[in-house]
Write a protein that binds this ligand. Sequence first.
Ligand code: ADP
Ligand code: MG
Ligand code: MG
Length: 874
Amino acid sequence: MSVKYVYTFSEGNGGMRELLGGKGANLAEMTNLGMPVPFGFTITTEACTRYYDDKETIAPEIKDEIFDYLTRLETTTGKQFGNPENPLLVSVRSGSRASMPGMMDTILNLGMNDLVVEGVAKLTNNPRFAYDSYRRFIQMFSDVVMELPKHNFEVIIDEMKEHRGIKQDTDFTADDLKEMVAKFKQYYRENKHSEFPSDPRDQLIEAVKAVFRSWDNPRAIYYRRMNDIPSTWGTAVNVQSMVFGNTGDDSGTGVAFTRNPATGEKKLYGEFLMNAQGEDVVAGIRTPQTIDQLKDVMPHAYDQFVEICGKLEAHYKDMQDMEFTIEHGNLFMLQTRNGKRTAAAALKIAVDLVEEGMITKEKAVLQVDPKQLDALLHPQFDVVKMKDAKPIGRALPASPGAAAGRVVFTAADAVEWKNRGEKVILVRLETSPEDIEGMHVSQGILTARGGMTSHAAVVARGMGTCCVSGCGDIKFSGKSFTLGGRVINEGDWISLDGTTGNIYGEAIPTVPASITGDFRKLMGWADEIRTLKVRTNADTPKDAKQAYEFGAEGIGLVRTEHMFFEGERIKAMREMIVSKTVEQRSKALAKLLPMQRSDFEGIYEAMQGFPVTIRYLDPPLHEFLPTEEADIKAIADEMGLTFDELKSVVVSLHESNPMMGHRGCRLAVSYPEIAEMQTRAVIEAALNVKRNHPDWDFVPEIMIPLVGELKELKYVKDIVVRVADELIAASGVNLKYMVGTMIEIPRAALLADEIATEAEFFSFGTNDLTQMTYGFSRDDAGAFLGAYYDKKIFEQDPFARLDQNGVGKLVAMAAKLGKQTRPDLKLGICGEHGGDPSSIEFCHNAGLTYVSCSPFRVPIARLAAAHAVLKAKK
Ligand code: ADP
Ligand code: MG
Ligand code: MG
């Protein structure tokens, strides 16, 4: 049988989201539940994939199938496409598997032309409505299908408003709108050099193609990369008969959530607009009314809606985000989906649903997206400092969080400033989908227009970025604005409180977050489920403490060199580097010893008995030396050397490819004194801490970096063991320690069985392993990764998300080989990937013992590790 590419809403169901997309599957599900859904059909995601396979054309048999279903739709509705006596008008709506809010565009009122509009006017006895629908259609179709920006039409509308002296679009008369249609079409003709397409069937096919194309627009691609959505999924297209919220004062349109998406509170939450269509609510054209007010305006429709909300939530067992339209007092459901929510709301809703007996703890854990927790783990405003701060304005608390940054006015500037290392707050009249990247890099977003369900609000909540929206008091002028009597220029600091909606004209300091309440409860459930341990990468006692509070069960990576840069230490380090003899070098190292030892003591203390993995000196030595002539001179003076002496050291250490140069264990092979000193620091610190805490039986884990050959590991290990055993024997304390290695050079992965004869643990250093496997450096990849994304060679940054096919193969292989030699081999990962949920799932499946990530990602990793268990069960 040939492939079926089209399904009516009653043929589909909620389980078919892969084929029908989320929107289509849920429209089908609501239809099956007997809810009032306008009839329609869905063209599958497979048709979209075919469209791309067929070089961006719709195959004739798919076209036939679409027209066949159109005929069916005509029969069901009793209306006819293009027939002015009884016209069928449809919406063409995109919908991929994962909801991508505002990423792809919808066309309403398709089927309109000069004859049909007259028919609609006559049938409804409402020419105003007919022409309003027609002008909207021209606008949307031109924008989405023909790439004539919507904005240019807005300009025509604004001119007409000014000319007529009116403020709201609802004040336009039928004749005004008729004139507007003529102007729109003229504008179209002038710019496209052809007539606006009038055949509804052509309109339909062009619209379907446009939806398919929109799957590949830049903002969709960016959104996918941000959310790990593969480009192969494609989008479905829904063709649905129109219902009209713009027929007059007994009609309207709205959006609502079954619970509050910002706080999670169990209360219907939403907005609607009377006499409006489609996205008017979201676009912030007029200020909407709250859903509670619908009770007074249209009690019957309100009651029906409340009942449907209850049914939908019970059915999907999750908070729903719905779109509805009321036509002459009759309610129609146009969309439902599991609602996007802030991290705080996600936690509250998940915990509440368990307590209401709706879902299990496992389901609750799965309901919270690990990445989203990020928003809760970052600093909040310092309450003390907040007290003195006076807001200069207040608007809608659209997405919670605390943000302080410098004002920029465009998304492009946000990106540019952020790349310069600035913290920015994006201030806009309103945001649009093109702004997504700028929104993503901003600390916070402030808009002058738009409600709680505006684009800015929805997208910010999805990204966990603080947002205050709809601040009508803002008056823009060029690259500045006034608010509360203050003039704020580009680059000025402001702060936003996304929880109260307050705006401050200054930078308010922030304090670290903590895990309490629902957060704590859900993390407890996640911990019961997960088997993978979660450690942290921390180089200082302060970071270690933070990670411990976030639930880290040890440290997977202490980068010892990070301690060598501060104050006096860099001096001793440089002294060590310029040493010409072993004696000189040992003397300099002796200065470093006490500093390093006390750092380790602090770290052991902070981890309270959990294991700590310490990596020995790793970077090439020239990183510690100056490069500028002036700096060389100053430092030479300070060290009592001549300029030439120091300069010659700098020159001698120069490497053409430092990443593959004299670094890692190669340093210890050349200068064994370094490994000796570091072993002393590790062991003496452990002995001291153990004396104070005899009940902590922690085992320091000494990690030799950049090993590619068994003999080099053995050479360094022998030094470690000699020094450590001597110290332990002399102390009389019973201290165990381990010596292991990073697996970060492909050769070590290939020979992992050999390496494991000496290494007591492996830690996958996936940053270097990725660099060396791909053969490009992390620091240089930025220059070409952009082109790789554009050309679809890469969908993801391999340094952020583990390349499971290639690098992952090495990891899995090394894990297996290592365990053959040493069945109790401890396996961890300490690259950036240790905090990335999809990579964590991979680590779980590869049988690793733990992942290690930055302190702020520890809770994310704990939750992701639980997800990995639950997903593996499925
Ligand atoms: P998005 O994914 O951007 O929300 P939608 O396809 O849901 O796009 O549609 C955009 C707007 O148009 C929504 O407000 C929706 O409710 C409205 N809409 C879509 N189809 C119809 C229809 N058949 N009748 C009336 N309104 C519709
Ligand atoms: Mg849209
Ligand atoms: Mg929608």
